[in-house]
Each structure stands twice: as C-alpha cells, then as structure tokens.
Design a protein around this ligand. Structure first.
Ligand code: UGA
Length: 424
C-alpha cells in the first residue's frame, strides 16, 4: 500500500517542523501557506525561524522532492491527511481565537478528497473538534486530533523521539491512518476520543507549568530560609512519581505556549463556572516569581535602580530559540526600564526592536554595569570568559537566574554569583 500523502496547512513553528519531519520519514508532504513571501523563502530552502536541525531537514526534503511549499489551495484536493497547524492566539479573555482555523476549513472543505483525514495539530480549545466537524459538514471526511508536544529549540528531536503519540478520533480507520504516520518512531500510542486528545495537550502544559511554579516557590523558600534548591529538587526528583526533569528554577516560565495554554484552560473552566484553584495559582505564583526576581535584582544592584546600569544576558524565553514571546527576560527589562534603570542586553540569536534596552555583544554589555543578570541558559553564557566579565563589570556581581555559572570558578576572578535558591 502506498504511503498516505500529507498536506500541512500553516507553515509556522509547528507546521514547518511537522512538514520537514514527515518528509524526513519518507512521506510526500506539501506545506500550504497564504504568505507568498514565506512560501518563496521556504521553497528556496531557508527557514524563517531558528530551530536547530530544521534547515538541514528542509534542504533534504526539497532535494528529495518529498517536500514542497505552495500558496495554492489545489493541494487540498489530493492529500490523504490534512494537518491544520494554524495559530489560535488568545483573545483578551484568555480564550483562544479559532477564527483563522474556521476560515481555513470553510475555504478548503469543498476541495477535500473523499476519505481524507483532517487533523488538528496545533493546540486548539477544548471542543474544537466538534466545531471543526460542523464547519466541515462532510460525512466522508474524518476528523482527528493529534496534538503536538514539541519544545522550541528541540522540536525536531521531540518529533522524531516522542514519549507518546496521541490520536483522538471518533473514526477508528482515520485514527489508524494518522497513527501509521508515526510507525517508524518510538513512544507509546494513545488512541482516544478527540476531546480527551485536546485535553491531554492542555493538561500536559498546565501540569508542567504548575510543576515549575512549585519549583520556583521552593527556590524562593531557599532564598528566604536557607537550603539549596538543587539538593532539594534532586531529593524529590529521584522519586519516580515526581520525576527528575522540569525541576530547574528559573526567571519564571514563559514562551508562546505555557502562558497561553494555562490561561486558556483557566478561562475554559471559568466559562463553565468551575473552580480550578490549582491551575489559577500556577499563574499567580509565576507572577509572584517575577516580583521575586526584581527584588533580587534590586538587592544585588545595591543602590536605587533609577540610574543604575544592568547587563542582561539572554532575551529569548529560553536557550535554543530566537522566540521572545512572553519572555521573562523582556518582563524583567520592562520592569527595570519603568524604574529608569538602564539595561544593556545580549543574546546569541534573539533580536528585539524598540528602546527597552540596547542590544550588543555580551561582554560589551557588561561594561561598568552594576550587575550582570543571566536570564537565558545559552551555552555561550555557560562557557563565558569570566576573566573578561570581571574586568568589564563595574560591580563584580552576577545574578544567575538559570544556575549555569559555577560560583567557585567565578570566585577565582573575584566575582560573586547569586543564584535563585542556592547558597552563596
Ligand atoms: C512547551 C512544552 O514543553 C511542549 O511539550 C509543548 O509542545 C509546547 O510547549 C507547546 O505547547 O507547543 P516550549 O514552550 O517550547 O514547550 O518550552 P519548554 O522547554 O517547555 O519551556 C517552557 C518554559 O519553562 C520556559 O520559560 C523555560 O525556560 C521554563 N523552564 C523549563 C524552566 O524554567 N525550568 C525547567 O526546568 C524547564
């Protein structure tokens, strides 16, 4: 039997990763996007986003002829499986806006091949599968929910090495076709109904965000009463029921997914008049954590923030990406700027326009600074030349929000490192 042909609608972060990875797995894939300039760029083998390994897969896919990009909706008429990878940005209420999804379905519904599976891949609000089925209004086209669990910065790795593949559908045959697309890959297969599949995605992100809020609270407790958060997280992470990943305190969780999905889940509960204090508190705790970070900066600058000079390493919401959406680093910079504190920032990849801070080389940013704040865990910062940092800083103090600098190594250069929840 020939392999199913795939159409990916939307070549954003999720769509592009899926298209390149499915082509890598030997499927014939077409990426469809309304943005002509983007389609031209992709067709020339250039990725508009920074994601390790993506350029290589893109080039290989184009060269093999398995991957192509188009703006033409004709592609919808030949595909066996159509993945919808369209944005669902939050409305002011926190509820995701599904109007882009709706327009796409209305536009393509007539052209879809009989027997095709239409798959929601990007995170969609609970119950969207029902809406999609109603918009589709085609008995011969089957709806499947197949949520993604891709981390920015390691999306290719995560796609090719899934912990699990979740396939939710009311049509068993369509579910099996979608499941078969992952046949060469490891991980558990979870077949369920579409709403459960949608909820698994929200639950995973909300649980992980809650775990991080909890860990950041532990760091705050250690900052206040003593103790070493690394020892504490190691101590609890060895319990297999807790598990040892996602236990590193940081500047607070951010990015394009956690804040949106946790808010989305809370908004959904509110709209059903359901109390979900654990989920609501995860968000509140994260806000408190940003306050704690500013308190720490204030303490280690050691003078009024007004007129002080802070160097900040890291702008992206985490290492390995150029994404600055809901980046804790930007939140910190905004709060410092609001107090007329001068911020000079450096990031190996991310760029931000505007006058929140001046962006420059990581060592130049340290010149005469009252404090160096490390907001993102890039290896460039981990492997920094500490002698140069010491020579450039005005005050020899680092606030390492990611716990990546050895305080012993720094002390050899006369630098003091303060890290969240760790003794110094
Ligand atoms: C997250 C999920 O991890 C993916 O499984 C999911 O598919 C994706 O959202 C999505 O919904 O599309 P991502 O936002 O790329 O992926 O980033 P994560 O690596 O999960 O990090 C999220 C935030 O937690 C970042 O601010 C990061 O710095 C922070 N974090 C993570 C910590 O502070 N400590 C940790 O130990 C881990």
């Amino acid at each position: 039997m020939s392999k199913p042909s795939i159409l990916v609608v939307g070549t954003g972060y999720v769509g592009l990763t899926c298209a390149a990875c499915f082509a890598n797995q030997g499927f014939k894939v077409t990426g469809l996007d309304i943005d002509e300039a983007k389609v031209d760029l992709l067709s020339s083998g250039t990725s508009p986003i920074f994601e390790p390994g993506l350029d290589e897969l893109l080039t290989a896919g184009l060269e093999s002829g398995l991957l192509e990009f188009t703006t033409s909706s004709e592609a919808a008429s030949t595909a066996d499986v159509v993945f919808l990878c369209l944005p669902t940005p939050p409305l002011p209420t926190g509820t995701p806006d599904i109007s882009i999804l709706r327009s796409a379905i209305v536009q393509y519904r007539e052209s879809l091949k009989s027997g095709a599976a239409v798959v929601t891949k990007s995170t969609v609000p609970l119950g969207t599968s029902k809406d999609v089925a109603a918009w589709l209004d085609r008995d011969d086209v089957h709806l499947v929910s197949n949520p993604e669990f891709l981390r920015e910065g390691s999306a290719i790795h995560d796609f090719l090495n899934p912990d699990r593949v979740v396939v939710g559908s009311l049509n068993h045959d369509a579910a099996l076709v979608v499941q078969s697309l992952y046949d060469g890959l490891p991980g558990e297969r979870i077949l369920c109904d579409p709403l459960s599949a949608e909820l698994i995605k929200y639950a995973a992100n909300a649980f992980l965000a809650t775990k991080l809020s909890f860990v950041n609270e532990l760091a705050r407790i250690c900052d206040e009463v003593g103790g070493d958060v690394d020892a504490v997280t190691h101590g609890i992470g060895t319990d297999h029921r807790i598990a040892d990943s996602f236990l590193t305190p940081g500047p607070g969780w951010g990015g394009s997914c956690f804040p949106k999905d946790v808010a989305g889940l809370a908004a959904l509960a509110r709209s059903s008049r359901l109390r979900v204090p654990v989920i609501e508190s995860a968000v509140e705790s994260n806000r408190d954590h940003f306050d704690h970070v500013i308190t720490q900066i204030r303490k280690h600058v050691g003078k009024p923030l007004q007129g002080a000079n802070v160097a900040m390493w890291g702008i992206a919401f985490k290492a390995g990406t150029d994404d600055t959406r809901s980046s804790p680093a930007l939140d910190i910079a905004e709060r410092l700027a609001a107090e007329q504190c001068q911020v000079r920032a450096a990031d190996p990849v991310a760029k931000v326009d505007g006058n929140l801070f001046t962006q420059m080389d990581m060592y130049d940013a340290c010149d005469a600074a009252d404090l160096l704040v490390i907001a993102t865990e890039w290896n460039e910062f981990r492997d920094a030349d500490l002698a140069q940092v010491a020579a450039r800083l005005g005050q020899p103090t680092i606030l390492d929000l990611r716990g990546i600098i050895s305080s012993e190594a720094a002390a050899e250069h006369g630098l003091t490192v303060h890290a969240l929840g760790r003794p110094h």
